[in-house]
Design a protein around this ligand. Structure first.
Ligand SMILES: *Cc1c(COP(=O)(O)O)cnc(C)c1O
Length: 465
């Protein structure tokens, strides 16, 4: 059996299970109490009271037996650890970049990079910046500008590469602000903030061309580089016959370096790195690294983490794995649609987004329909999800007269890697089927305490009658 034998319709989980963890079963009465106690905020629910957890795909990966044995090989020497060289060469082999700097997670790489190249009066242009990346750009005093293609904001369009950059807008913005003020052009692959949608090789080539013309540095925010590479293989005809590592290498070859959170396609639970060719940046980054993260051969990680990441980066490029991965996300999406639940099209690499505005039109934005659905899903079956709508992205409340809704009301179901099987997904679809049949019973919520930044983490809400 291999990917070349295409006669089988059923795509199977490409692993067998060696170690298991029980799910957190609970009764409806218990969940009702837990929701009240949690202020209808699922961040306040203890994880062992969650049956299936789609809160995030970050750091929730299951490691392989080979990764766990690599953990035992970890060299915990302070400087020059063998594990660093294993880590470094795995990343150099995949990316082709010269210098590798480990960090404890992606945002540490962002903080360090923008301390080196950011600062007041500068601009960072991107397809769309992830929220921590934007915060670190702005934290350095620079201005962050998102330039996604138009189709990225259209939920029903079936475009293959909604993660692309709008090349015309990129060139226009460079001319408007002046090339000398652009610190960096960054492509997030896949585009996390825009639904985990991929960017094409053709688009990356377009960005490269513009960056070369204006002599601008171009980096990838490559947390989901393998998922992006697989979606390129599926959707970009010119790349169909290339292997996944070849496509990944083409992506990296078009840029000058990358920032990576290893908590996604690193198939680990913690870690990150930056890989760069610019020696001057590397020299300055290492100085900051030592202040906040640690010596450059461990950068805030244990030797065993470096080993697990090196092995994870190799495993994530396996086509059988990626086929299962992308297929499971798509399977959830198709099942939800069949159950009468509208989703953002097409399914992305790591998550399905329910279009709550069309699913629950009877709940107005100021009653937080996405959060209302997240709570209903938890109450019904203990399933945890994440609201991306007027609670996390909007501001103010209707009571204060200052309410600004978000552009969209979505519910994200992010899929941990290698953690759940098809029956977990079938169960999720069944639960949504019940919610769809009784959706009029789902009521809005009222925000009791508001805070200015990232309020979804601390918010407390109460149900409306
Ligand atoms: C998760 C993520 C980050 C931040 O990484 P952390 O490991 O969570 O600090 C940055 N960019 C993208 C695209 C991400 O998905």
């Amino acid at each position: 059996m291999s990917t070349t034998e295409t006669q089988w319709k059923t795509i199977i989980e490409p692993f067998k299970i060696k170690s298991v963890e029980p799910l957190g079963f609970s009764s409806r009465t218990e969940r009702k109490k837990l929701l009240e106690r949690a202020g209808y905020n699922l961040f306040n629910i203890p994880a062992d009271k969650v049956l299936i957890d789609y809160l995030t795909d970050s750091g929730t990966n299951a490691m392989s037996s080979a990764q766990w044995s690599a953990v035992m090989r970890g060299d915990e020497s302070y400087a020059g650890a063998r594990s660093f060289f294993v880590f470094e060469s795995a990343i150099q082999k995949i990316t082709g970049y010269k210098k590798v700097i480990p960090v404890h997670q992606g945002r540490a790489a962002e903080r360090i990079l923008f301390a080196v190249i950011g600062g007041p009066g500068k601009y960072v242009l991107a397809n769309t910046l992830f929220d921590t990346t934007r915060a670190n750009v702005e934290g350095s005093g620079s201005v962050a500008v998102d330039l996604p293609v138009k189709s990225a904001g259209e939920f029903q369009t079936q475009a293959p590469f909604k993660g692309n950059m709008d090349l015309k807008a990129l060139e226009q913005t460079i001319n408007d602000v002046g090339a000398q003020r652009v610190a960096l052009v960054l492509m997030t692959v896949t585009n996390n903030a825009m639904g985990g949608q991929p960017a094409s090789i053709e688009n990356l080539k377009g960005v490269r061309k513009i960056c070369s013309r204006y002599r601008l540095p171009f980096l990838l925010d490559a947390a989901r580089f393998a998922e992006n590479a697989y979606l390129i293989k599926m959707r970009e005809p010119a790349c169909r016959s290339l292997s996944i590592p070849e496509i990944a290498r083409r992506m990296f070859d078009l840029a000058d370096g990358c920032l990576v959170s290893a908590k996604k396609d690193g198939l680990t639970n913690i870690g990150g790195f930056m890989a760069l060719n610019n020696e001057e940046w590397v020299r300055k980054a290492k100085e900051i690294l030592i202040l906040g993260e640690g010596f450059p051969t461990y950068g805030g990680l244990a030797g065993r983490d470096l080993e697990a990441i090196a092995r994870g980066l190799e495993e994530v490029l396996d086509e059988e794995y990626l086929k299962y991965r992308i297929r499971s996300v798509e399977y959830l999406g198709k099942g939800l649609k069949k159950a009468g639940v509208p989703i953002v099209e097409p399914p992305g690499g790591h998550a399905i987004y329910v279009d709550v505005r069309s699913f629950l039109p009877h709940i107005p934005p100021y009653q937080f329909p996405g959060q209302a659905l997240a709570c209903a899903l938890y109450l019904e079956a203990g399933i945890r999800s994440f609201e991306i709508g007027s609670l996390s992205m909007g501001s103010g409340t209707i009571e204060s007269g200052q309410f600004t809704p978000a552009k969209m009301e979505l519910l994200r179901l992010a899929m941990p890697r290698r953690v759940y099987t098809q029956s977990h997904i079938d169960f999720t679809i069944e639960v949504f089927g019940k919610l769809a049949a009784e959706k009029k019973k789902i009521h809005g919520l009222r925000l009791i305490n508001d805070s200015k930044t990232l309020r979804h983490f601390t918010a407390r809400l109460s149900p409306l009658p």
